[in-house]
Design a protein around this ligand. Structure first.
Ligand code: HGY
Ligand code: MN
Ligand code: MN
Length: 448
């Protein structure tokens, strides 16, 4: 890590940052974080929940929220936060906050954060980069003896992925008031264990307030998880917002029957119905009627799952996304109308749907975007502004504070939610340095 004041003015600026009476408007020095230290943390955290991924022949990460692996990852991150001098608190969702005092400690803090829970087939970067970059920014300030005007907070929100308890951005949605603590604690996983029970079991039911005091601003550093920055040969992106997300579970109830003896016209084949839904989702996307709709049936299960038995039950999840909410609503109506027609196609077939998640498109704060762009430019990095295809904690915190994100280029066409997810040490360091400089700039602001 090194703060490299490039001119005497920067020296003055540096002094200004440590002198409580100095004018906070001086431009701060350009900070560069310790990329090796950040990379070492990323790789160490990735060992927790590591598994041999047969499909890719790589080491993947499975550290789903509130598992023992997640608890171990939490303890490691809390240790790193405390070693960096942060005062750590935990809220009743298990979200972790590390606070660093500012010269004007009564002011609302600048917050940087993300998540450390992962999907079941993850790489080392999704979420973790944002939390560890926040800690690295603090270490960089410590190394140079810089105290920012405003306090800083590094956050790790619980269950951002939503793959265990069925609703993504859960911890940040509760902190920002979109989902109640009671509803969140009542959510269950595939084994019927509730979020609340599992949080108690791993010992992370914290006593901090449920609702987050609105920070002055929130910035999240995240791997892009898509191909745009790589294709345009740009290391960093400034995120303009997040598209709308709709998750629902569809259960199809038919009738079990012998695969050989049962005439086709007497069947209520749940597996067939599930296949028809999957084809219909893709047909909606290909129709062009719903703008830039993306549709994914990620979970497909049929029971009893035996070769000679007609499935009597099938369950699928439908993930629909769209930058324009009116198109997403129209696609949801289309799907609902299609599901209503299915019972007529097979006598006795019944269809059940359950809403899992629904978030609207979220635009990010222009001013925070501009601050990120300035910080990246100070580091010699041009940026590309882009919308996020993935959901993020930032979209929840945007409801209570000016918010934006810095994206870091991913390799291998930006694959993510897969062990092949990868960004280079250099690009991760660039993203973390841009984050560090952004939070310092934001910490000097009187108001927004
Ligand atoms: O689903 C998402 O986009 C995010 O990874 N939770
Ligand atoms: Mn993420
Ligand atoms: Mn993710």
């Amino acid at each position: 890590m090194d703060v490299t004041p490039t001119s005497s003015t920067d020296q003055t600026d540096l002094a200004a940052l440590t002198n409580p009476n100095a004018s906070p408007t001086l431009a701060p020095p350009v900070l560069t974080i310790d990329g090796d230290r950040l990379w070492s943390d990323l790789m160490e955290l990735a060992t927790i929940g590591a598994y041999d991924d047969e499909a890719t022949d790589l080491i993947g990460v499975n550290r789903q929220s509130l598992t023992d692996e997640d608890a171990a990852g939490r303890r490691l991150v809390i240790r790193w936060m405390e070693e960096a001098g942060l005062i750590v608190t935990v809220d009743p969702m298990g979200s972790i906050f590390g606070r660093r005092a500012g010269l004007r400690d009564d002011l609302a803090p600048v917050m940087a954060g993300s998540h450390i829970d992962t999907v079941g087939t993850a790489g080392a970067f999704d979420g973790c980069l944002g939390v560890l970059a926040g800690i690295e920014a603090v270490r960089t300030l410590n190394d140079r003896g810089i105290t920012t005007e405003r306090p800083l907070v590094v956050a790790a929100f619980t269950e951002e992925e939503g793959v265990r308890f069925g609703t993504d951005m859960l911890g940040s949605a509760v902190a920002a008031g979109r989902i109640s603590l009671e509803d969140a604690h009542a959510l269950t996983d595939a084994d019927g264990l509730t979020f609340g029970e599992e949080l108690e079991r791993i010992g992370f039911a914290g006593a901090a307030p449920v609702l987050l005091d609105p920070p002055h601003a929130y910035v999240e550093c995240h791997i892009e998880q898509g191909p745009v920055l790589l294709r345009e040969d740009v290391a960093l992106g400034v995120v303009t917002g997040v598209q709308a997300i709709s998750w629902q579970r569809v259960a199809l109830h038919g009738r079990a029957a012998h695969a050989g003896t049962t005439p086709t016209e007497l069947r209520a084949d749940a597996g067939l119905a599930a296949a028809q839904v999957i084809v219909h989702v893709r047909a909606m996307v290909d129709s062009g009627r719903y703008g830039r709709l993306r549709g994914t049936v990620g979970h497909i299960a049929a029971s009893p799952g035996l070769p000679s038995v007609v499935p009597d039950r099938a369950e699928i999840t439908v993930d629909l996304r769209n930058p324009e909410d009116h198109h997403l609503e129209a696609a949801e109506r289309d799907l609902a109308a299609f599901l209503d027609t299915l019972p007529d196609t097979q006598p006795g077939l019944r269809v059940e749907t359950q809403r899992m998640a629904r978030t609207r498109p979220v635009p990010f704060d222009e001013g925070v975007q501009d601050t990120i762009e300035k910080s990246a430019a100070d580091l010699g990095h041009p940026v590309r502004r882009l919308m996020s295809g993935a959901g993020h904690d930032a979209q929840e915190i945007a409801a209570i504070a000016p918010t934006a994100m810095v994206f870091v280029r991913g390799q291998y066409d930006g694959i993510s939610h897969n062990p092949r997810e990868y960004s280079t040490p250099e690009d991760c360091a660039a993203g973390a340095s841009a984050l560090a400089n952004t939070i310092v700039r934001l910490s000097q602001e009187e108001t927004r």
